[in-house]
Design a protein around this ligand. Structure first.
Ligand code: C5P
Length: 306
């Protein structure tokens, strides 16, 4: 096997509660995360004759040096596996950047999955999540997608089955929000922390849940923190509801807002209407995704390296 293609899905937070600040500076979280059918694509090619990671991306605004999470993920994997081999990695970017959709984290997770296969490392999902957690708090989730409860800093992930089918409309206003800035803003603007609702506590004890049970529980603590500085978020939420969304919510630390729709036709109609009316970037996709496991390899035998 000398090359592999891996799909890296975006995520939305159906629930995102930011709890207490920890001694390491991060916050404890309680989140219900869900992948959606908007995907980046990674093409990883082994170059056994060389060393180092050569990264290319079709989005010129993204750095392709050591700052890129994909390059960092590749280095971490090679170091842990004790291998020295050249890698050629090409990213096809479709997920908006710094948008609350976990695109960079998913790309990093996809790199680990791809290299695990390509280099025949035999790591389990928990092992890959352990490797990935140093790269970012959202990374471990992607090894347990499509749906999972995520706790602590992001490393405590419990997969869940979400029953039923829904369509998601993503809206993005076209500017990034830096995660750290949003956390600082949240810490500075709220006077205290409220406990988890009874509904969320009940949900936390389950291994499967129906969409109809989740919809009334959807909330995101960043909404109140971002509302005074980013009025457009509330405008996008109202626009989604007026187009028939059952619930509309900010994803992660923004600035993407998503709406949950019962049918594909209503989601597509809302996407087209909102794009036309407001000029926002918009996408209508299915909730859930082909998991990170969906990849193609070529040719099929494992190559001995290192
Ligand atoms: O882990 P990640 O690099 O995505 O985190 C970016 C920033 O978000 C951190 O530097 C921290 O300020 C904040 N964060 C946090 N608590 C978390 C996750 C992120 O405070 N659980």
């Amino acid at each position: 096997m000398s090359g592999i293609r891996v799909h890296a899905p975006a995520k939305v937070n159906l629930i995102l509660r930011v709890l207490d600040r920890r001694t390491d500076g991060y916050h404890n979280l309680w989140s219900l995360m869900q992948t959606v059918g908007l995907e980046d694509e990674l093409h990883i090619q082994l170059q056994p004759e060389t060393t180092g990671v050569c990264l290319r991306c079709d989005d010129p605004t993204l750095p392709t040096d050591g700052r890129n999470l994909v390059a960092r993920a590749a280095s971490v994997v090679l170091e842990r596996a004790g291998l020295s081999v050249g890698l050629d990695i090409r990213i096809v970017k479709r997920i908006p950047v710094s948008a609350g959709l976990g695109g960079g984290s998913s790309d990093a997770a996809a790199t680990i999955v791809g290299l695990n296969r390509l280099l025949c490392l035999g790591w389990s999902a928990p092992e890959m999540a352990h490797v990935g957690q140093v790269l970012g708090s959202d990374v471990p989730f992607f090894f347990f997608a499509p749906t999972a409860q995520v706790r602590a800093r992001g490393e405590d992930v419990v997969p869940m089955r979400l029953i039923g089918e829904r369509w998601i409309v993503l809206l993005n206003p076209g500017f990034p929000i830096q995660t750290q800035w949003a956390y600082d803003r949240l810490a500075a603007t709220r006077s205290g922390m409220t406990a988890l609702s009874q509904g969320i506590t009940r949900l936390a004890g389950k291994t499967q849940v129906d969409w109809d049970e989740v919809l009334p529980l959807m909330e995101n603590d960043f909404e109140a923190a971002l509302a005074p500085t980013h009025h457009v978020l509330e405008k996008m939420k109202r626009a989604l509801i007026s187009q028939g969304a059952q619930v509309a919510l900010v994803s992660g630390s923004g600035a993407t807002v998503f709406g949950v729709f019962p049918y594909e036709e209503s989601a597509v109609q809302a996407r087209d209407g909102l794009k036309r009316q407001h000029g926002w970037w918009a996408s209508a996709i299915r909730a859930g995704s082909s998991s990170l496991g969906s990849h193609e390899t070529f040719p099929l035998n494992c190559l001995q390296v290192g």
